[in-house]
Each structure stands twice: as C-alpha cells, then as structure tokens.
Design a protein around this ligand. Structure first.
Ligand code: AMP
Ligand code: MG
Length: 412
C-alpha cells in the first residue's frame, strides 16, 4: 500500500462511487498469510493458490445406467446378443472381457470391461433364456461415461483468489483433492465511537443513543463470511481511543469504525488518526453516506463509516465489502443487480449516486420506502435490497427500469 494511497486525487471535489471503489480495490492487497485446510472446512474460504486436478473423473469409463454392456460392432441386425452369466458391479475392476456377440449385466457406475463400449438400458431389453433382445438399436457409446470426460489430470479447476462455494466441493473431491491452501479468514473489527452512545438496552436516558451500528455491522461481516471482532464502543477520550486502536490493530485485518470520525470535527479519533494514522476524508458523491474516512493504525486499514445507521449499512455494503473481498484474497466481483420497473416516481440531483431502501412487490415492480429520512431504522427493516440510481439520472418515472440489488447479491 502506498503511503498516500488514500489521498483524494488532486483537484477532485466529489469522488464518484465507481472511482472510490476502484481506488479501494487498487490500493489494497490480500493479507499475505496462508493456511492448509481440509475440504470439510473449505466452504467460503479463499484459495491462496490455484488448484489443478490430481485424478481423472471418471477415473475409468463406466456405465451410466443399470443395463447390459456389449461391443456395439457385434450387435446383430436383429438387435440380439447372447446374455452371459453374472454381472459387473461398481467399485471393482472387471477382469473378464466380454466377447464379441455377447452381453453382460452391468450396474450404474461399474467400470466397463474390455469388449464393452455401449450399454443398453434394462427397461428397453427383453430376455428369453440366454437370448437378449433390444427394443431398438442404441447409439454407439450409449449410456457410458468416458474416463476423464468430466475432469482430466492437470486441468485447472479453480484459480487463486476463488472463494470456495458449496457447489464447488464435489468437483474438488472428484479431482482427488483433499487439502487446499487458503488465506486465513479475514478478521474485521467493529468499533463504535461517540459520547452519546450506550450499549443496547442498558439505560433509559433519553439523551443517549443505543449503539445500533456495532451489532448490525458485526452481523453483516458474519453474513459476508468473514470473522467479526467486537471492539466495543469508545468515547472521546484519547487514552481509550488509542488503546482500542492498538487492540484492533493486533487482532484484526481491517477495522470499521462508525460515528464521529467521518465528520472531521474536533474529536479524538480523527485527531489521533490525523496525527498518527494518515487520515484522509473522501467526499464521495453518494447518498446516503457522507465522507468516508480512511486511515491506518500500525498496518491495519481503518474505514470510518458515517454514524447514521442507514448510511453506515449502505457504506459497509458499497465500500466495506469490496475492501474485505480484496483483503481476503478475492477478486473484486461487483454484486449482480437486475433491472426491474419502478413502482415509484422520483427526481434526484445529477452528479451523485443514490441508494434507496427498496423491495420488490407481487406485481414484479420495485418499491422504495415512503420516507428518505436518514434516521429511520425501520426503513432498513422494511427493505430487502437497494435501488441504485446512477450518477447522471435526474428523473425516474413510474414503470421505468431501475437497478435493484437484493441484499443477498452481496453475500453469494
Ligand atoms: P456522527 O457520524 O457521529 O455525526 O453521527 C451521525 C448520527 O448517527 C448521530 O445522530 C449519531 O447519534 C448517530 N450514531 C452515531 N453512531 C451511532 C451508532 N453506533 N448507533 C446508532 N446511531 C449512531
Ligand atoms: Mg458521533
């Protein structure tokens, strides 16, 4: 990471969202460490090296059905063959070849013996004594699986940086892989700042605010598949802030703080980070969200999110998630949204991106929450995703197609 990698580009007043994401992804690097794990622990882990196949799949050509195996070239014009005694079972290499003009029973998955290149399903076959007759002539090679047709030794299966999904595991096993080298699970610390904050449910003082951000963001990190680290809350007290940052830097790969630090006002967290942590404020052209603060404490990256829970949530998705993907060793893969007709009408300022709390309705349109009030936590609870209104859009009419990201598109 460069020393001034978080500095705003000269002359830029408002950073477009895409530019901010680009700067985040191009200035961060994966945490260097690796570890070896078994496939039982592989789901959700990020590969530290590419994986190539150690074994063909199938390892031997075998039958795809329960039926009769034979040589296609030896099938008579009447579709008849002589049925041999016995059968070929899966898991055993058959040592007796099947002679021309003859067929043998074979079970699904059983390796093809010498002399067999085609299998006919038992449902399309009749047996009279030792005479086997087929209802129709199968194609050459029918109902067989060829050795290596799925995977060949040496095939590149997954590239470095790929995050193992549940549906990748069968391929790894089939290719003879039992352990993989991965990046350690990213540890993301969450720290709330502000003198007004109270631990959830701890007092009835109406002047105080319950710390909603910390439990919400910790849960989000877990949902992303990383390890949340609860760093608690901190008041505007230099000693306390320093101790928390030290604790976070030694136990986390990334720290997300919320409140205070994003405003650049006189407080100890921004004061300390300005002096000792290369603090930078990015004024990003986004709503909701105010300047994002970026800093480093020792070598740990700190993102200062807005204090407002809605803005903190949106910024965690839009800026925190790409940062976590890169630090965890992944390629940055933008979430997949889709175009859906708006059930609302809205005008907006050009030159900034807006994210609206949204959900789809039964008519196949997307609705947005009635009020855009930034303090309404119920709007988050009501929503199932975000509508993204592009930087240059000024007006949305009912029925116009808008980009909708269900929240699940952030943690696939
Ligand atoms: P700030 O970014 O500190 O200026 O805070 C903006 C608003 O968000 C203020 O109303 C704060 O009280 C509120 N806020 C800050 N941190 C939190 C938090 N952890 N949980 C809930 N609200 C917060
Ligand atoms: Mg505050």
């Amino acid at each position: 990471m460069n020393n001034d990698c978080f500095a705003m580009p000269p002359g830029v007043k408002w950073l477009p969202v895409d530019e901010a994401i680009y700067r985040i992804q191009s200035n961060l690097e994966p945490i260097g460490k690796t570890e070896e794990i078994t496939l039982g622990e592989a789901s959700g882990r990020v590969l530290a090296e590419s994986i190539s196949a150690c074994r063909d799949n199938p390892a031997m050509s075998n039958s795809a059905v329960d039926g009769f195996g034979f040589s296609f070239a030896s099938l008579s014009s009447k579709n008849e063959l002589e049925l041999e005694e016995g059968y070929i079972a899966p898991g055993i290499i058959p040592d007796e070849p099947v002679p021309m003009g003859k067929a043998r029973r074979i079970l699904t998955g059983a390796p093809l013996p010498k002399g067999v290149d085609t299998v006919q399903l038992k449902e399309f076959s009749k047996i009279q004594g030792n005479l086997l007759q087929f209802d129709y002539k199968p194609k050459k090679g029918a109902n067989t699986r060829l050795a290596g047709e799925d995977i060949t030794v040496g095939d590149l299966l997954f590239a470095k940086g790929h995050r193992i999904r549940t549906h990748d595991i069968a391929t790894l096993v089939a290719a003879g892989i039992d352990t993989i080298k991965v990046h350690p699970r990213l540890r993301v610390g969450v720290l709330s700042t502000g003198n007004e904050l109270l631990q959830a449910g701890s007092s009835s003082d109406p002047a105080k605010v319950f710390d909603a951000n910390r439990p919400m963001i910790l849960a989000l990190i877990d949902k992303f598949g990383f390890t949340p680290v609860d760093l608690g809350m901190v008041r505007d007290n230099r000693k306390e802030v320093r101790a928390k940052l030290d604790e976070g830097a030694s136990s986390c790969d990334l720290i997300l703080t919320s409140g205070g630090a994003s405003s650049g006002r006189e407080d100890y967290i921004s004061d300390l980070l300005t002096r000792e942590g290369d603090l930078n404020f990015w004024r990003i052209a986004i709503k909701p969200g105010r300047p994002l603060a970026l800093a480093r404490w020792q070598s740990t990256v700190i993102f200062g999110l807005p204090g407002n829970p809605i803005a903190a949530f949106v910024c965690s998705l839009i800026f925190g998630y790409p940062a976590m993907q890169i630090l965890s060793g992944q390629e940055w893969k933008p979430p997949v949204g889709f175009m859906i007709p708006a059930a609302f009408q809205k005008s907006k300022k050009a030159g900034r991106r807006e994210y609206l709390r949204a959900r789809s309705n039964k008519a196949g349109q997307v609705e947005v929450f009635g009020s855009e009030g930034s303090g309404l936590t119920t709007s988050l609870a009501w929503s199932e995703g975000l509508v993204e209104l592009g930087d240059d859009i000024r007006q949305i009419e009912k029925g116009a197609l808008v980009k909708y990201y269900p929240y699940s598109s952030f943690w696939t």
